[in-house]
Write a protein that binds this ligand. Structure first.
Ligand SMILES: NC(=O)c1ccc[n+]([C@@H]2O[C@H](COP(=O)([O-])OP(=O)(O)OC[C@H]3O[C@@H](n4cnc5c(N)ncnc54)[C@H](OP(=O)(O)O)[C@@H]3O)[C@@H](O)[C@H]2O)c1
Length: 231
């Protein structure tokens, strides 16, 4: 169980970060940025072999990084902070399966419910309000934090390039939210922005859909940066 009274985020000391669905582009990109920042990562997959292969690849690209591959189940069990990076259509099944290992833990969801139609991204309405709200409903004893939905895997995975932008973070647990804001701050040039409670996660998720459609219009790879915050 994570001790949320420890508010300073100190990589390598208090936290073992797991990524469920870590073999995908987003999970892999997050893993790279987080290991470079000095965190220990367990990359999860339905196939332990696949996770180990990707972990080896990341170790080769980022020498000295502390990363191992594991089954999703093992990753959920060992992680103190557990990222969820699977497609939205699979979120419910994955969480039902892992729920018992996530009790009381901090779960960070990057999931965006979207589909593509005629090349354009469309937000998929979720009865619970958002993918993050659905995750919190399933994981009723976990502290769900929504974050990183607006950062593209393409930007994350180019680990030599500077990441620029803001990561809006929403959660109903203010300590969990602060901890993830500090975690974001360990990644150079990224800033964590307090996005309020989990009820705001739907707007952050929807913004990703807009960004994808802007990317298509401009053949670009945009991210967001908010101005006017005096921090
Ligand atoms: N790609 C982006 O730029 C981006 C940006 C922001 C947010 N996101 C969000 O991040 C999440 C992951 O995105 P992604 O692009 O990395 O997706 P992805 O490559 O399609 O999937 C990620 C991983 O999910 C696992 N997975 C696939 N089908 C599954 C199933 N039926 N059951 C359980 N696990 C399954 C796979 O891992 P294994 O086969 O190894 O188990 C896969 O590598 C999505 O929810 C997406 O909306 C993505």
């Amino acid at each position: 169980m994570i001790d949320l009274t420890i508010l300073r985020f100190v990589p390598e000391i208090e936290h073992m970060i797991s990524i469920i669905g870590g073999t995908g582009l987003e999970g892999r990109g997050l893993a790279m940025r987080l290991v470079i920042a000095g965190n220990q990562i367990i990359l999860g997959s339905r196939s332990k072999n696949r996770a180990e292969t990707i972990a080896d690849e990341i170790r080769r690209l980022c020498p000295g990084s502390k990363i191992e591959g594991a089954s999703n189940l093992e990753a959920a069990r060992k992680g103190t902070v557990v990222f969820l990076a699977v497609p939205f259509v699979n979120q419910m099944d994955v969480l039902q399966e892992l729920k018992m290992y996530l009790t009381e833990k901090l779960v960070v969801t990057v999931v965006v419910p979207l589909k593509f139609q005629g090349g354009r991204a469309i937000y998929v309405d979720v009865p619970e309000g958002s993918a993050a709200a659905q995750a919190q409903q399933i994981l009723c004893t976990s502290k769900v934090v929504a974050a990183f939905q607006n950062l593209s895997a393409h930007d994350l995975i180019n680990h030599d390039s500077k990441l620029e932008g803001d990561v809006v973070i929403c959660s109903d647990d203010s300590r969990a939210k602060r901890l993830i804001m500090e975690m974001v701050g360990t990644i150079p040039s990224l800033r964590g922005v307090d996005g309020g409670g989990l009820e705001n996660a739907k707007y952050v998720e929807q913004l990703t859909v807009l960004l994808l459609n802007i990317n298509r219009n401009y053949k670009a790879n945009v991210s967001i940066k908010l101005i006017g915050i005096q921090a």
